[in-house]
Design a protein around this ligand. Sequence first.
Ligand code: NDP
Ligand code: MG
Length: 396
Amino acid sequence: MQQVLVLGATGSIGLNTLDVLARHPDRFGIHTLTANRSVDKMVELVASYQPKCVIMACPDAAAELERRLSDRAVTSVLSGQAALEQAASSPDIDVVMAAIVGFAGLRPTLAAARHGKRLLLANKEALVSAGSVFMEACRQGGATLLPIDSEHNAMFQCIPASVGGRPDTRAVEKILLTASGGPFRGRSRDELQAVTPDQACAHPNWSMGRKISVDSATLMNKGLELAEACWLFDCTPSDIDVVVHPQSIIHSLVRFADGSVLAQMGNPDMRTPIAYGLSWPDRIAAGVQALDLVAVARLDFQAPDLDAFPCLRLAQEAITVPGGMCILNAANEVAVAAFLAGEAGFTDIDRVIERTLEVVPAADCCDLAAVEALDAAARASAREELAQLAGARGGA
Ligand code: NDP
Ligand code: MG
């Protein structure tokens, strides 16, 4: 019986994870669930899954949750960042689903890596920001790192495992990273000026949290995923081609030295990669509908439009600069939050990121303190850029 901690249980990945776990009560125990401040959702999750412990990052939310759960003595309520890290380090936990959104998930995810957990990684921002620090924590802690991002899970399924379970990339010639193109595929930059947060979050194939939905719409998600693939499969951006595939049926492909190209396919449903992460090297039922290729009928492929969507180009450049992806990620988080709050336009997102990358000095991050310092510097700079843009428009 594997005891599972779900970091970010109230989110899109968290809920899909709980759906898969509940199908296999003989294999998995739902030990601890965490969220930030979604008290109502957490009350529902406690009623449905009866975890031993819940953690709210926000102390006020934890206090409210404790009042609401006063009649459920079986579940203890904790709060704060330190409690998240302790849970991820606990000897009672075997499997950690890292599904907090953004840099906020870095510390508990790193704690799971350092304590040798089976680490299911959805929280790509943690890996791309901390890069070598993250991978070194996995190596030293003896963690089993399993990619949950659908594309990387697809690559992981296509690349054979070497002794010890790590992907054996020796015969890999090219990784083909697929992108849906998001809700604005085919639009020009001019046509993107006035799009709204709700339009940006209406993804054609996937139902996801609002932050990653905007990343999909700007193509920054593909930029983050490019860096993610470089760390996971020990390769460089030149080893990876981005291919737009609007149907999201092929989740990525790998070309080998003999000309073979392997693809992993399936309906766009995150329960498939989550189930594979939970059960690898076995496979378990995920509740996913069978793929009907006749109904899909056709699979299309295009090159990405880097003029209309400069975020992918910015990421391609930032990967080559020390600390570049940490700066880019922080600026992106600030700009996307401002866009979602109605305080910035869609095309301000890449402007703010580009300026932040110009202004914040590159820095090699050799430990967590350096990563956090660079992230903080980039956030401060991105906020200044946003204020200047608003000022130039006669706004704030
Ligand atoms: P959601 O916004 O749906 O959920 C985010 C979760 O993180 C919620 O449980 C939220 O709690 C919690 N959270 C947010 N901020 C904090 C914080 N400061 N401290 C602690 N917990 C926090 O996101 P998604 O599930 O869509 O995405 C999660 C991660 O997985 C992201 O990194 C994303 O890029 C990645 N991913 C997601 C995919 C998807 O299909 N959704 C696909 C591939 C990757 P609360 O509810 O209280 O706010
Ligand atoms: Mg993805």
